[in-house]
Design a protein around this ligand. Structure first.
Ligand code: ATP
Ligand code: MG
Length: 582
């Protein structure tokens, strides 16, 4: 493969400094960033730490190159990690004055669009899409218990991402230090059975879309050439989390005329468990021959105090900051039973007059931790939004739950006999997700008592756009917070077992957990509030918890100043322990 052998049209010169100074699309960029926007090099890889402007540079580059005629925006394909990031990128480009909307999407959505074009051109009927692998496995392997099915589903996902076939699974899993459910031979057999069951029903799953798109690009040279011409300027954000299957697909989209820009940060590689391969960015010279690599060194997002903590999480020198000094991170330890109320208190305390609620985010390692916190914040009158709520509908336990619900029946009647425990055990994520789902249903009924099941499901599916405009504190997992930023961030549940998560036992898995904490920490711009619980409820009892081994990163010599409790909480006399460690 040759990537962009011919580079850009020869008429395009990088701007001279005086041009850069007057070009509004280059305004507000550092010289390093400006080089990254204007260099004619291709392939180009921008490797830089959190908050250094990678996404900003990517967007500006598309806009600047479009404005200067170096590229035609209709020929751009921007690959983002989530659909929301894709629409955010389009929004930013519109604001920068790019009227021709470039194509942007995830690997999956782009692959599906390409396949649809191919099927249409060839008069072929699209295969049936298998939406939920876990639910399918549960149906076809009904003798297996839920945990095994769920573990098998993740393991098959990992193997597909790593291009490991059922025949090679045992070796591949051993080499990668995986822990196959019920042993490698058992997992390999179920993996083969799964592939067979899909074929027999003429179904494809999401990973098949990537593999099929790749195979189509290899097989149909005429179609592939047209595709490579249509989208000949490729831009990839969050390159550190690309997996080998996605990388193979990306390469198949590149032709001799193509240009490629990838941006990423090896210190934010957090999807290895899912098959991502950070070696692709670490060893980018091997994977993209002839690549030019640029670095951005300054952090524009966070205060020096937050960057110091982020550096300590990774045991590294902190990134240089441009933001002014701010408050040191605060650390609290509370009893588990008090966590929701203490969080509500902290969120109110950090709510500045006139500032939007959306200036704050609450981040946790798992979704299950967030469910009860959401309820507590709402009952304290704090508007909240849970990132990825629509994704709830794709979770296997929810798919199972609503499998036999009739869309036209009354929602109230349907959930009448479902009980809700407002304090789900945070370790049982599935249970917590069901409870969250039922709570959302109750919320919906409070507004619309006669709602049907379909009304509720439609509201859940369609709320993404309107939701993102509502002023609310955002609740998200560390993973879902990737790429985002807030002035005030609350990191909750910094305990051993969550951070790192209990099942991360290998060195590689623990290193990934540590990077994940680094990602969460670097979301904060101005204030960072960290908390952990010394006890938590487990079933009928209460168990003691230990702090995260990385908690020390947030502890400083400065006294922590915590805002006084707001009036609305005076009836709740729950003790807050603020630790001042050294
Ligand atoms: P992450 O690794 O978390 O995805 P990133 O490297 O993509 O971060 P951006 O999100 O592009 O970083 O930028 C971080 C913040 O810094 C944004 O608010 C962005 O607008 C701001 N920023 C970036 N560059 C500059 C600059 N030259 N001047 C002012 N603000 C900047
Ligand atoms: Mg980014």
């Amino acid at each position: 493969m040759t990537v962009g052998r011919r580079g850009y049209a020869p008429t395009v010169e990088p701007p001279r400094d005086d041009a850069a100074a007057t070009d509004p699309l280059l305004e507000g960029l550092t010289p390093e960033q400006r080089d990254a926007v204007t260099t004619a090099a291709s392939p180009l890889c921008i490797v830089a730490g959190a908050g250094s402007g990678k996404t900003r540079v990517l967007t500006r580059r598309i806009a600047w190159q479009s404005a200067t005629g170096a590229i035609d925006p209709r020929r751009v394909l921007a690959v983002t990690f989530t659909r929301r990031a894709a629409s955010e990128l389009r929004r930013r480009l519109r604001r920068l004055g790019i009227r021709e909307e470039p194509a942007a999407g995830t690997f999956h959505s782009i692959a599906l669009a390409i396949l649809h074009r191919h099927w249409e051109e060839n008069g072929r009927r699209p295969p049936e899409l298998l939406q939920n692998r876990t639910a399918f496995l549960a149906r076809t392997m009904s003798r297996l218990d839920r945990t095994t099915v769920s573990d098998l589903s993740s393991e098959i996902g990992w193997a597909r991402a790593r291009l490991v076939t059922p025949e090679r699974y045992a070796d591949g899993a051993a080499a990668a230090g995986r822990r196959p459910p019920r042993g490698a031979a058992f997992t390999a057999e179920r993996y083969a059975e799964y592939e067979q069951a899909k074929r027999a029903r003429r179904m494809v799953d999401f990973d098949d879309l990537l593999a099929l798109c790749h195979a189509t690009m290899q097989r149909d040279e005429r179609f592939a050439a047209a595709q490579r011409w249509r989208h000949r300027h490729l831009f990839v954000d969050e390159f550190q989390d690309v997996n080998p299957l996605q990388f193979a697909l990306l390469r198949s989209w590149l032709g001799d005329e193509s240009t490629l820009v990838v941006v990423g940060d090896p210190d934010q590689a957090i999807y290895g468990w899912n098959g991502a391969d950070p070696e692709l960015i670490r060893e980018v010279h091997d994977h993209l021959p002839g690549v030019a690599v640029l670095h951005l060194r300054t952090n524009f997002r966070s205060s020096p105090e937050i960057l110091a903590a982020a550096g300590r999480v990774l045991d590294r020198e902190p990134q240089p900051a441009v933001r002014p000094a701010g408050p040191a991170p605060t650390v609290r330890v509370v009893e588990g039973a008090d966590e929701p109320v203490e969080l509500a208190r902290a969120v109110r305390g950090a709510h500045r007059p006139g500032a939007p609620w959306a200036a704050q985010a609450v981040l946790a390692r798992t979704n299950a931790q967030l469910a009860p916190l959401r309820v507590a914040l709402e009952s304290a009158g704090i508007p909240v939004r849970m990132r990825g709520e629509t994704a709830l509908l794709r979770r296997p336990e929810i798919v199972d739950l609503i499998d036999d619900w009739n869309g036209r029946e009354s929602l109230a009647g349907r959930i009448a006999d479902q009980t809700i425990d407002l304090e789900p055990d945070p370790d049982t994520e599935r249970q917590a997700m069901i409870e969250l789902f039922l709570l959302l249903a109750h919320d919906h009924l409070a507004l619309e008592p006669d709602a049907s099941v379909d009304d509720f499901l439609t509201a859940l599916r369609s709320d993404d756009r309107t939701e993102s405009r509502r002023d609310a504190v955002e609740l998200a997992t560390f993973h879902a917070a990737k790429g985002l930023e807030w002035p005030v961030v609350h990191l909750v549940g910094l305990e051993d077992g969550f951070v790192p998560i209990a099942h991360a036992r290998s060195r590689a898995a623990r290193a990934e957990e540590r990077r994940l904490l680094h990602v969460a920490t670097t979301r904060a711009q101005r204030e960072l509030h960290v908390s952990w619980c010394r006890t938590r409820r487990r079933g009928d009892g209460v168990v003691a918890r230990e702090p995260s081994p990385w908690l020390h990163a947030f502890v400083t010599d400065e006294p922590h100043v915590i805002a006084p409790p707001p009036v609305s909480y005076t009836h709740l006399t729950l003790p807050t322990m603020i630790i001042r460690c050294r």
